[in-house]
Design a protein around this ligand. Structure first.
Ligand code: HEC
Ligand code: HEC
Length: 299
């Protein structure tokens, strides 16, 4: 009997020791992922200074950035977990803001490549979608950011404790978190010109990251946030098959679908997409209507 307990003790102790070792290996691996360096060469992007271009930049920023960075772009707490936090950063030229220190290339690397001036991946930032922005549109966005009024606010560098790092190392926190890892830093997509066309609708869907929540084929999915609600099928296999242009525009502008279903703005960012023009929304809807009819995927 004594021998049995001795062996039991050794086995349990050994198992616990093994778990601790695996935990530390995962935390080390996570740390390596978080501090991986990305070398992104400079890109020739013209940053305009005329008021018309700056106004177009503001239009993009209202539709694509304020949801996370706030109406005045001064950032604030974004993800708070027991194992770490990530703030959306202050983008203005105020104290603590990126605008005080960012050179043009720092803006390009952050927005298009998801890489910060130190060469590390930004966390949670939506660059996998913004990678699709044309040079011209990106230039206008940066022009507007540089024209922002200063807001003094310190936002925190992201932080993960040992458990957070182990979750990164185990791949639980990976896609949607380690942004730069999921961006093709070498090639560029082609850009359609702005019009009410399927191609331009496709462009708008890409830069808006609709696939991040509605799934890679837009037939249903869920954002990487574990508490997120499933996002419905946007192909003609879903409810949109019976919508008209005007229904789609109304749903995005008011957050109410033709069946009277309210869209939760914390789950579906319609409060920001409502800043798209009628023509932009028509292009998006045109693109969605001609997607292959797919059965709904319920994540
Ligand atoms: C899904 C939420 C989200 C959206 C949408 C988003 N951002 Fe971010 N952004 C973040 C978070 C979170 C960070 C901080 C990442 C970090 O510190 O690792 C960040 C960081 C940045 C940075 C780096 C700032 C710094 O000081 O390092 C820039 C620049 C930036 N965002 C610009 C933009 C622009 C421009 C848009 C719109 C075109 C945008 N972001 C939309 C979440 C978002
Ligand atoms: C952050 C995640 C997220 C993103 C990004 C997102 N959606 Fe959604 N969307 C949702 C969720 C979740 C719902 C369901 C909301 C509800 O029922 O309250 C939804 C609902 C919708 C609906 C209503 C469909 C129906 O059958 O009722 C439409 C239309 C829609 N989204 C279009 C889009 C388009 C177009 C884009 C990109 C421009 C987009 N969404 C981007 C999460 C998202």
């Amino acid at each position: 009997m004594k021998k049995f307990f001795k062996w039991l003790g050794i086995s349990v102790g050994g198992l616990l020791g093994l778990i601790v070792i695996v935990f530390f290996i995962l935390a080390l691996k996570g740390n390596a992922g978080l501090s991986r360096s990305y070398d992104i060469p400079d890109e020739k992007i013209a940053i305009p200074t005329d008021t018309e271009s700056i106004a177009r930049g503001e239009h993009w920023v209202k539709a694509e950035c304020i949801g996370c960075h706030g109406d005045d772009l001064s950032g604030g707490p974004f993800v708070e977990f027991p194992f770490g936090y990530v703030d959306a950063r202050n983008l203005t030229p105020g104290k603590g803001g990126a605008g005080t220190e960012f050179k043009d290339q720092d803006w390009v690397r952050a927005i298009r490549h998801g890489v910060n001036p130190e060469g590390h991946s930004l966390l949670v930032m939506a660059s996998t979608a913004f990678w699709y922005f044309s040079d011209e549109d990106l230039g206008e966005i940066i022009a507007y950011l540089k024209s922002l009024p200063a807001v003094d606010k310190e936002t925190r560098e992201p932080q993960f404790n040992l458990l957070g790092k182990a979750l990164v190392g185990a791949g639980v926190l990976d896609k949607g978190v380690l942004i730069a890892k999921y961006i093709d830093h070498e090639s560029r997509p082609v850009f359609p010109s702005a019009s009410v066309s399927m191609d331009y609708g496709n462009y708008l869907v890409n830069v808006s990251g609709c696939v991040d929540c509605h799934g890679p084929t837009l037939s249903g999915g869920k954002s990487s946030d574990p508490t997120a609600k499933p996002a419905p099928n946007l192909t003609p296999g879903g409810e949109l098959s019976i919508w008209k242009d005007a229904d789609f525009i109304k749903a995005i502008r008011t957050g109410v679908t033709p069946t009277g279903h309210p869209l939760d703005p914390a789950q579906m960012p319609w409060e920001h997409y409502k800043n798209f023009s009628d023509d932009e929304l028509k292009a998006i809807f045109l693109y969605l209507q001609f997607l292959p009819k797919l059965e709904t995927i319920v994540p």
